[in-house]
Ligand binder design. Structure first.
Ligand code: AHR
Length: 495
């Protein structure tokens, strides 16, 4: 029996709702087909946005959406995506399959999508192949409420009122697809580009994001932090879980053995170490800890589904992905004091997506259900908690990882939410939970579980879904429960 302690009186930090954020790039069938089908499509839509996808994302509680990339951001020229759709320039999406991008989804469409979703906005600007003037004018176009060339152009294109832009990213992966720079050079460029991203709305200054490190590139973090100083509000980390650890032959999304399962989960846990170490480097460059960390690309990256365009990065999603999501979101919660936002890659039809579409069909993936289960953590207060756990060994990595992982938060009414992930593919675990200074009233619980290969398909979209969980017994000051193998469980505890 493992011991689980929750101390609702130990209030640690507000869990920024944007930790539950998403990312949509002009990549494969994410935007086109997956989100935007155009006003004339037979697929039910509002102003071109698929209604089924918008409804599902709202129900899941999407708090913020990053756009337009990714690698695409650093070759995106925003003026090509405004004005009359028929005369918008077409371009080649050189990063993602060499397909023609007709720019029918641009700035106005993105803000319309976020309006329908009721979510906050995060636009990523182009440093790699764009000019300072281009970035300066985009910010003016999106946010200036007054008389100016860009505000007038926006009005001519149908929006007199400025858009509500919350986050602005100055370049993406500038160490790689965004320009192959070194940290010193990028840090200087950040300062230059960022200078001309004006705060037109004094009451709502932009939250400025500097390109952060790839995985464990601590030197990048150091160099950029030393340069950007107080000019940035956050720095972004990218980390993907690749089962084989190799970009060629990553491993498939659905066909894996136990060794590979364990190795994938072991690699997902690596996120914790990365966050701790990058924060330590950031702190040594900036002891006042003003600059926050964001993780604006994370998730599992497998080989594409057989028979699909290799440039489209379309992959299936199983209970293994649900476990990755469950443990990663718990890790983010635990670092709520320093993580401002995280964005899983990518919302629809790419990498670890929450939704897959095929023509007019749509399915919710196991990862979708984890985000939906965890949504009450958004804006709650993280409280102190600790669980004892066995360790699981990953032969491929020669490393142990915890079988159980959890986080707990409290809402404004004193209701406690605890989310536990059992990463073992085979072993259920008994736990005894005790809540400090708390007399427990009502407890309800929900579970997502299955065999680790279980998935939803277009023929059976309901194979994996959340259910009510009843295998627990209430105690005066807590509960006992058996957490099934390969599961994510949420307890809602009222006093
Ligand atoms: O998410 C796919 C790609 O991964 C993004 O475009 C890029 O930023 C990262 O390398």
């Amino acid at each position: 029996m493992q011991k689980y302690l929750i101390n609702p009186n130990q209030k640690i930090a507000t869990i920024n709702k944007d930790i539950y954020g998403h990312f949509s790039e002009h990549l494969g069938r994410c935007i086109y087909d997956g989100i935007y089908v155009g006003e004339k499509s037979k697929i039910p839509n509002v102003n071109g946005m698929r209604s089924d996808v918008v409804d599902a994302l709202k129900e899941m509680g999407i708090p913020v959406l990053r756009w337009p990339g990714g690698c695409f951001a650093d070759e995106y020229h925003w003026k090509d995506g405004i004005g009359d759709k028929k005369s918008r320039k077409k371009m080649i999406n050189t990063h993602w399959g060499g397909v023609v991008e007709d720019n029918s989804f641009g700035t106005h469409e993105y803000f319309e999508l976020c309006r329908q979703l009721g979510c906050d906005t995060y636009v990523n600007g182009n440093v790699g192949s764009g000019t300072v003037q281009e970035m300066n004018e985009w910010v003016e176009y999106m946010t200036f409420d007054g008389v100016s060339p860009m505000a007038q152009l926006r009005e001519k294109n149908g929006s007199k009122a400025p858009f509500d832009l919350k986050y602005f990213g100055v370049g993406n992966e500038s160490w790689g697809c965004g320009g192959c720079m070194d940290g010193d050079y990028y840090g200087s460029l950040f300062r230059r580009y960022n200078t001309y991203c004006r705060n037109y709305n004094a009451e709502k200054p932009l939250i400025r994001i500097a390109c952060g490190p790839n995985v464990d590139d601590y030197n990048w973090t150091k160099k950029v932090m030393e340069k950007v100083k107080h000019h940035a509000d956050a720095i972004s980390l990218h980390y993907y879980v690749v089962p084989s650890g190799k970009w060629h032959g990553k491993g498939t999304a659905t066909n894996f053995d136990t060794k590979e399962y364990k190795s994938t989960i072991c690699k997902a846990y690596y996120m914790e170490e990365l966050i701790r170490h990058h924060l330590a480097v950031m702190d040594s460059a900036q002891p006042d800890t003003r600059v926050k960390l964001i993780v604006d690309e994370w998730g599992a990256w497998y080989d594409v589904e057989p028979g699909t365009n290799p440039g489209f990065l379309y992959q299936q999603n199983t209970m293994r992905d649900a476990i990755i999501a469950g443990l990663t979101l718990n890790i983010f919660n635990k670092h709520a004091d320093r993580i401002m936002m995280a964005n899983i890659a990518q919302t629809v039809n790419v990498l670890q997506s929450v939704i897959l579409t095929d023509g007019e069909k749509m399915i919710k993936t196991p990862t979708y259900y984890v985000f939906k289960m965890y949504k009450e953590h958004q804006n709650n207060t993280l409280v102190g908690s600790y669980i004892t756990t066995d360790k699981i060994h990953s032969d491929n990595d020669n490393k142990d990882f915890p079988q159980l992982c959890e986080s707990a938060s409290v809402d404004e009414n004193g209701v406690i939410y605890s989310t536990i992930t059992n990463t073992s593919p085979t072993k259920a675990e008994k736990i005894k939970c005790q809540l400090a200074d708390t007399r427990v009233g009502e407890i309800t619980a929900e579970i997502l579980s299955g065999e680790c290969h279980d998935k939803n398909t277009f023929d059976d979209g309901d194979c994996v879904k959340t259910e009510q969980f009843t295998d627990f017994r209430k105690l005066k000051d807590g509960f006992t429960a058996t957490i099934p193998a390969c599961s994510v469980v949420k307890f809602v505890i009222k006093k």
